[in-house]
Design a binder for this molecule. Structure first.
Ligand SMILES: C[S@@+](CC[C@H](N)C(=O)[O-])C[C@H]1O[C@@H](n2cnc3c(N)ncnc32)[C@H](O)[C@@H]1O
Length: 236
């Protein structure tokens, strides 16, 4: 309820005084805050190395990145064909992901989703990506492991913000036809393979958007199927 209210006001969330206002409301009237999680990404592989190692191992030829920003990842990736989609900066296609998928005719081996970090948008980006993913391809979803309630709350109030991407990933973890893991690296890199799920998450939840951070806090290892990258790369 509060979150819907926040989202309706999200057009003004960039302003500093509104961020303070939202933080105040969240602190006093928002969902329970169970505390922070101590994810330590500092000594682990970066998204740049991780994606490149997978591209090299699988001999992938086609790479799509949704949300490129300053090209920190896009410019470093070495792949025969690269498409980077962002309505504002970086990449080589200037549009929103929904518009891109409407007109796109290409298929891809590797897709990195890192656009708007809101549940419904991430879910759309994942579903659209699945439609254009080559048979042995891999989808990566950035920002799957938020360290705190506020890092995943909408609207954004934090500098280091992941949004509620994790809820879209939990949704896909429940699909028996998708094999999903979260690599413990660089804000949590969700990985989706088109093959039967080796560890299907069984939840009776109908509306994943309504999940709370306290659920994530208590169950993140199971929900996200967290794995070290060295183990993940052996399985693909
Ligand atoms: C976190 S940044 C991407 C960072 C980049 N992938 C990297 O690894 O360095 C998110 C980007 O998503 C873009 N974005 C926001 N909404 C989008 C949408 N609907 N479709 C595609 N990109 C979007 C923003 O403009 C922003 O540049």
């Amino acid at each position: 309820m509060l979150e819907t209210f926040y989202e309706k006001l999200s057009g003004i969330h960039g302003k500093k005084k509104w961020k303070k206002f939202f933080k105040f409301i969240r602190t006093h009237f928002g969902e329970e805050n169970p505390g922070d999680l101590n994810f330590d990404f500092d000594n682990r592989i970066s998204r740049i190395e991780l994606v490149q190692k997978v591209i090299d191992k699988k001999n992938f030829n086609t790479y799509l990145e949704i949300g490129t920003f300053k090209d920190e990842l896009f410019s470093k990736i070495n792949c025969k064909t690269k498409v980077g989609v962002d309505p504002f900066s970086g990449g080589n296609v200037r549009m929103k992901s929904d518009d891109f998928f409407l007109q796109n005719k290409q298929s891809f081996d590797c897709i990195f989703i890192d656009g708007l970090h809101h549940y419904y948008q991430v879910l759309k980006d994942i579903n659209n990506s699945l439609n254009v993913l080559n048979e042995n391809g891999i989808i990566f979803v950035h920002d799957c492991l938020p360290k705190s309630r506020d890092a995943q709350s909408i609207p954004r109030t934090e500098a280091n913000w992941n949004g509620d991407v994790w809820k879209a990933f939990v949704n896909k973890r429940s699909d028996p036809n998708l094999d999903c893991y979260t690599c413990y690296a660089d804000q949590g890199i969700g990985s989706i393979l088109k093959r039967s799920n080796r560890n299907t998450l069984k939840l009776s939840i109908k509306n994943f958007k309504k999940m709370k951070y306290v659920d994530f806090y208590k169950n993140h290892k199971t929900y996200m199927n967290i794995i070290e990258f060295d183990d993940f790369i052996k399985m693909i």
